[in-house]
Design a protein. Sequence first.
Length: 141
Amino acid sequence: MRLTRYSDYAMRVLLYLGQRPDRLCSAAEISKAYGISQNHLMKVINDLVRTGYLASVRGRRGGVRLAMPPQEICIGAVMRHTEQDFDLVGCSTCLVASACGLTSVLEEAVAAFLGVLDRYTLADVLARRGGFLDLLNVDTE
């Protein structure tokens, strides 16, 4: 299973902000830290603000921060939001899907995948990552 770049960027934003709970961060700062397109990142950030994962402050000293504590952000819920669908193969357009035994097996596999993600919060992931800021070589102030 492969997640989209959109989900990857969403998780990067959440991880970055989760490591900096006491301040606002700009899209330019996050983009620079990860070496990714600021334009693409802005789409993700706007979506995460619209859905309530992030809070934004406009203006010269504005930026974004987590809108809720990391322990309230379920990784499974984020993935369900950011992914278009989880079809491993095109069963929905297959002519023999109703008679195929593989369809139910694949659905079970996706349910298991999401079930594991549902067991973790952003706080859990942050705790596992330790000091990943050192890897990014960015200032935490």
